[in-house]
Structures are given as C-alpha cells and as structure tokens.
Design a protein around this ligand. Sequence first.
Ligand code: IPE
Ligand code: IPE
Ligand code: MG
Length: 253
Amino acid sequence: MPGIVPNRAAGPEHDAPAPGASCGVVHLAFIMDGNGRWATQRGLPRVAGHRAGLEAVRRLVRAAIARGIGYLTLYSFSTENWARPAEEVGELMRLLRFFIRSDLATLNARNVRVRIIGEREGLPEDILALLREAEAVTAANTGLMLIVAFNYGARAELVRATRRLAEEAASGRIAPEAIGEAEIAARLDTAGIPDPDLLIRSSGEQRISNFLLWQCAYTEFVFSPVLWPDFDEAALDAALAEFSHRHRRFGGL
Ligand code: IPE
Ligand code: IPE
Ligand code: MG
C-alpha cells in the first residue's frame, strides 16, 4: 500500500506479548470453518458469514499476539473452494482484497510479518500485487508471523515441491540420494516455518480438508464446536487449555 513503510523499531503501538503469557504454542494453525452455517442460522446469505468472519480474524490475530504465539497460519481459501458458486468465490476474493487494504497498516504497526502460502498461478493480477505488497511491507517485522493460506492445498503444495526436486535432480543440481525430509520441507511453501504445535478447526467438523498434510505429522488437533464468526478469546483459551493437557510423545515414550 503506498505510504505504508516497513517498521524500523518496535514502538508503543506494538502489542508486545504480556510477560509470561506464553501458552506453549509456537505455531498455531487454524481452519476457519462454519461461516456459511453461521449465516444460514440467521436467515442470511452465506456471504454474510464470510464478512462476519473477518472480525474473527482480527480478534484471533490480536489474541495470538497477546499470548506470545510466534506463527499463526489461517486457512482462508482452499484449492477446492473454487468449486463453490462463482458469486461466493468472488466475495471471498473481494474480502481478501478488503482485508489487505484495510488492515495492512495496522498489522505493520503491530510488528506483524505477513507471509502468504498457496498457489499463486491463476490468481487475479491485482490480488497478486496485494499479496506481494503485504509481504514486502512487513518483511522486516519481528513479531507474530501471520501466514495466510490462500488458494492453498497441501497436495498441490507437495506436487510443486516434488516438481522442483525433480527439475533439480534432472539438471544435476541435487543427487537423488541427497533428498531427505529436510530437502522436501525446504521446498514447501512453509520453508523455514516450524511445524504447527496445535491445529484448531472451528464449526465441529473433524477433518483436515487438504491443509498442511506434511507439516501436521505430529501436530495436536482440537476441534471446537464454535462457528468461525463466533470464535472468540474464550474459545481460543478453551482450545489452548486442552492443548496444555496433551502429552506429546513424537513416537517416543
Ligand atoms: C469457512 O466457512 C470459510 C471458507 C471455506 C472459505 P464455510 O464457508 O466453509 O462455512 P460452512 O462450512 O459452509 O458453514
Ligand atoms: C476448509 O473448509 C477450507 C477453509 C477453511 C478455507 P471447507 O469448508 O472448504 O472444507 P470441507 O469442504 O468441509 O471439507
Ligand atoms: Mg466449511
């Protein structure tokens, strides 16, 4: 956005995490589900649920900063969501544009670093420009990393990474026997980002819907019955409390 400059130093506007607020979650991944049902329950068109969901995004970002979470990944549009009616897809695109235009300055002031994951090819040119701008403007920030999964599908991500590796192998830049887990992880959209500790899905659905398949190998899952537009700090704290009682073993004892 013209006029928005990268942060140079943390200022009073930054929502620094409260001392001791750390909840033990370095990376929280979120499947924001239930917008359509929220609207239908109120006799509203589905798009009204998506609009209401935007306020829940703002709430969760603030709450994540306050709890000392380092990385927040939000599933906002899947590669399968193109199958929805054109009017709904159009509204979801419009909302992404609106979110970046209206919230980028605030995110930047809060020292948030924005990163977008997902397939860029085929997205409208003006959206691509906004995504690049959101990343560039906030690139030097050191607070929460907000990872927006847009036009994201884990299988498509794995296909892209596999193609990259195949090209490198075919051209002799990498030996097949040198390909291990780290080499695959480094070619995913999430390269450099630690795996999620906790994945929350709102709305009561209990499935992963093609989200972060590689990265969630040892992630804890919490399924919240709350519909996304109603997801508030109390719902987040309930999920974090459930997480705090989990015993993560990573295959060990
Ligand atoms: C989640 O809400 C938002 C997106 C998938 C973009 P839904 O639109 O899936 O809402 P439900 O699941 O139909 O209630
Ligand atoms: C997953 O929700 C995708 C996003 C939240 C962006 P969906 O509502 O699309 O998933 P399914 O169709 O219920 O599995
Ligand atoms: Mg849904």
